[in-house]
Write a protein that binds this ligand. Structure first.
Ligand SMILES: Cc1cc2nc3c(=O)[nH]c(=O)nc-3n(C[C@H](O)[C@H](O)[C@H](O)COP(=O)(O)O)c2cc1C
Length: 346
């Protein structure tokens, strides 16, 4: 059985988490991962508060297991979101884990704890991890620069994770960034993580809300096909992210500054539908191509981590969780444990 302290803390079977991915991790994906014994963290996405409440209720109907919901604390240019209210909805609905990103978690911790909600914060540096731990955050996610999506820091996981683990002990730490199979899980546990958060692996599932073209690009990409850039910065400037190196990314490489300007006259490349409303997607905007988007999908931000080369087929999310958990256990029992025993008796 692959079990760590985090499993007892959250009453889950396996220390495997589906990352909150804006517009991609909806109720279906989160429920499939929680239902299989891991924990799905649904993204609040672009939902206004009442739509978020409905999404959480749908998630609860789909699974009776513990679930998390993520609220992005970022101020998105030209798309104001009532962050305080969104966090309030998560707390009122008593999600098991309130996951936060890209901001100071301190104002929310006490409110969440009073309702019995645990708080998780994703960070990219030791300093940010210590700040979160001091604020009373229950679980810290150390995000390496290998990650898909927006990046909290610039350090590879192997340098960051053990330092974060030491700095915030005994607060449990999860590893995120470039992990896409059981070998990555075992490596993260060996570095002191209590579990892993995988995003890219779960994009290639029937339950994810990624556009079919995005899923196909992901399957075709290898480990050298991602790019660290700040190109898709129209609405979220100066925020590095990792995407698949598509033709569009190749074309604008070296001219990323243009993406930060937020020019109102950038051409519209598509449309995003959110709750009955349609929003134009201008060139360099941050939303990834989801099933709610249409238009020039190839020119949108196809976020992916460096583990993308390991993602070669679309598989149900629950199968991925169970297989990775079983395989991780096999690696420890059949490769690592015998290696130690052999050394001892030699
Ligand atoms: C498409 C996509 C969207 C993401 N959106 C969010 C988000 O809204 N909130 C958040 O906390 N993290 C977000 N992330 C980052 C993930 O939480 C996580 O750090 C990352 O997926 C881990 O790396 P991996 O993709 O290599 O597994 C996103 C990642 C991806 C790939």
């Amino acid at each position: 059985m692959l079990k760590t302290r985090i499993c007892d803390l959250l009453q889950i079977e396996y220390p495997i988490f589906a990352a909150p991915m804006g517009l991609i991790t909806g109720p279906d994906l989160a429920a499939a991962v929680s239902g299989a014994g891991g924990m799905g963290i649904m993204s609040a996405g672009a939902n206004p508060p009442e739509a978020l409440r409905n999404a959480i209720r749908r998630l609860r109907r789909l699974t009776s297991r513990p679930v998390g919901v993520n609220v992005l604390l970022t101020e998105i240019r030209n798309f104001p979101r009532p962050v305080d209210e969104l966090v309030g909805v998560c707390i009122e609905e008593r999600v098991d884990v309130l996951s936060l990103y890209d901001g100071d978690p301190a104002p929310y911790v006490e409110r969440a704890h009073r309702a019995g909600v645990k708080v998780m914060d994703q960070v990219g540096s030791v300093e940010a991890a210590v700040r979160s731990a001091r604020a009373g955050v229950d679980i810290i996610v150390a995000q390496g620069v290998e990650a898909g999506g927006h990046l909290a820091g610039g350090t590879p996981l192997s340098g960051l994770l053990p330092r974060v683990v030491d700095a915030v002990a005994p607060t449990p730490v999860l590893a995120a960034g470039g992990i896409a199979d059981a070998r990555g899980v075992v490596a993260a546990l060996a570095m002191g993580a209590e579990g892993v958060v995988m995003g890219t692996r779960f994009i290639a599932t029937p339950e994810s809300e990624a556009h079919p073209v995005y899923k196909q690009r992901l399957l075709a990409a290898g480990e050298a096909d991602t790019e660290y850039t700040s190109m898709f910065g129209w609405d979220w400037p100066d925020a590095p992210h990792r995407v698949i190196r598509t033709r569009f990314v190749e074309e604008w490489r070296g001219r990323e500054a243009r993406g930060q300007e937020g020019r109102p006259d950038e051409p519209a490349i598509g449309v995003l539908r959110i709750g009955g409303n349609e929003f134009p997607i201008l060139r360099f905007m941050s939303p990834p191509p989801s099933i709610h988007a249409s238009g020039d999908i190839e020119s949108m931000a196809m976020y992916a981590g460096t583990g993308v080369g390991l993602v070669n087929e679309i598989r149900p999310a629950g199968e991925i969780v169970r297989e990775i958990a079983a395989e991780a256990q096999r690696i420890v029992q059949e490769r690592l444990y015998p290696a130690v025993v052999r050394t001892r008796s030699a």
